[in-house]
Design a protein around this ligand. Structure first.
Ligand SMILES: Nc1ncnc2c1ncn2[C@@H]1O[C@H](COP(=O)(O)OP(=O)(O)OP(=O)(O)O)[C@@H](O)[C@H]1O
Length: 440
């Protein structure tokens, strides 16, 4: 089977150099990546495959889009690339950074997860500012950190919401789209060389999606740093779609297409699925490769066959076509390249500064969390009345040592219970913030 000769992988010189990671950028490759999760007897070996032998790459100064129907494995692929797969998952295959199994220095990479875990009681300005103080080293002045926070907020178009409370389920604050942009702000603060984003445009309208993605795309090569950006995206407009240099199309964990975005339309057309004139190519691809829904006759007529069949045909076509071989060759070339730069450890705020900032942030959060206070006041009142009553009995002259012992154990257990009840929910919330918005 031949494939039009339009795909020319960029040549990568195999030579050693002494550039830094910022100048050189990060080459991320994955080869024959399989991910599975435990399942019932329906699947072989009792495991359900989520990703089935994916191979691809992400290069510096380029934006790679991961697209596919809901549940096709986009988030799982990003989790695998970020090394954040759940403990119940099993991964095989290679994921390499600059051709090696290498751990990146602090602040070199960041992952914007699907969930926006931010403290509801802080304002946008406070959230970004605290994050800046936590992430930047002590050698940077407070003013510089604040300036970086403000410029990042402006970059994501949140300047008018700087003093708005983020809000949560009890108090309305930012919209979902604004929260999404805030999560991105926090992650791009340190200018990471590798940026992974899980659905950065979810909750945004078409115009906001375009502006946010253009700003993310503009980070590719800014301030002399070549950044590698990988983003999963649901439904890009045709203009937004043009922003991506490379496209990874997945369906049920299999690669339907991986290669330059500009060549995707030709790929589909060459297998008999041309994009209708004046149609958004992204919509066309997603419609063809979505096999979740039973198709009505009208849909089948439009495409010419059932979606299950089109996916099978396209996956088979991709696996045997020239473009797949070129992708494998490109991965091999990247892995063979000699990367001369030495990974320098980036500095972050000292342990004492981090403790200080976290203490201040937690105190502010607890102080503003009204529900937490009311709950505590109610519990302390009930506890005080109960303890007072028991104490009254115990102090009478004929109270036994056993009764006094019972009082001591009761007081100890009540205090433990109150401490856990009051301290545990804010602790869990802050752990979530740490896990979801942590620079890798
Ligand atoms: N840890 C896990 N345990 C069990 N099933 C999982 C796990 N992780 C992912 N899955 C399953 O794998 C499939 C792919 O999930 P994933 O979140 O990667 O899809 P997605 O393409 O990101 O979907 P969406 O676009 O709706 O966010 C889903 O069916 C999901 O239920």
């Amino acid at each position: 089977m031949t494939f039009p000769d339009y795909y020319e992988p960029s040549s990568i010189a195999v030579e050693s150099n002494n550039n830094t990671i910022e100048e050189e950028g990060i080459f991320l490759t994955w080869k024959d990546l399989h991910v599975s999760v435990p399942s019932g007897k329906k699947y072989a070996y009792g495991r359900k495959p989520i990703l089935k032998g994916l191979t691809g790459y992400a290069k510096p100064a380029q934006l790679l889009a991961i697209m596919g129907p809901s549940g096709c494995g986009k988030s799982t692929l990003l989790d695998a690339l970020a090394g954040r797969l759940g403990s119940n998952t099993k991964q095989t295959g290679k994921i390499l950074i600059n051709g090696r199994k290498e751990a990146l220095a602090y602040g070199t990479s960041a992952y914007v997860t699907h969930d926006d875990a931010v403290l509801a009681t802080l304002t946008v300005g406070e959230a970004v500012n605290y994050s800046a103080q936590l992430q930047f080293p002590n050698s940077m002045s407070k003013r510089e950190k604040e300036e970086r926070a403000i410029s990042t907020i402006t970059q994501m178009g949140l300047q008018d919401a700087t003093n708005t409370m983020i809000g949560g389920c009890l108090s309305k604050g930012l919209s979902e789209g604004q929260k999404r942009r805030l999560s991105i702000c926090i992650q791009i603060l340190t200018s990471p060389s590798l940026l992974l984003l899980d659905e950065p445009t979810s909750g945004l309208d078409s115009a906001a999606s375009y502006y946010v993605m253009t700003r993310i795309a503009s980070l590719k090569a800014r301030d002399g740093i070549k950044r590698t950006i990988v983003a999963s995206i649901h439904q890009p407009s045709s203009q937004l779609f043009q922003l991506f240099q490379d496209l990874c199309l997945l369906s049920c964990g299999e690669t339907v297409y991986f290669g330059p975005t500009s060549a995707a339309t030709k790929f589909f057309a060459s297998r008999g699925f041309p994009c209708p004139p004046l149609h958004n190519p992204a919509d066309h691809f997603l419609r063809i490769i979505n096999k979740d829904f039973k198709m009505v006759e009208e849909d089948c007529f439009h495409i010419g066959m059932k979606n299950e069949d089109t996916v099978k045909i396209l996956v088979k076509f991709y696996s045997s076509c020239k473009i797949n071989k070129q992708v494998r060759k490109e991965v091999a070339t990247i892995c063979e390249k000699e990367y001369g730069f030495v990974e320098r450890k980036r500095r972050q705020a000292s342990f004492i500064t981090q403790c200080n900032i976290l203490l201040r942030r937690s105190s502010l959060h607890l102080f503003r969390d009204v529900s937490n206070y009311w709950l505590r006041i109610a519990i302390f009142t009930i506890a005080a009345v109960s303890l007072g009553t028991i104490f009254l009995d115990v102090t009478s002259s004929d109270a036994s040592i056993q009764a006094r012992g019972s009082l001591v154990s009761f007081v100890a257990s009540v205090l433990t219970f109150i401490t856990l009840l009051g301290g545990f929910p804010p602790f869990v919330e802050q752990m979530k913030v740490k896990n979801c918005s942590q620079t890798m």
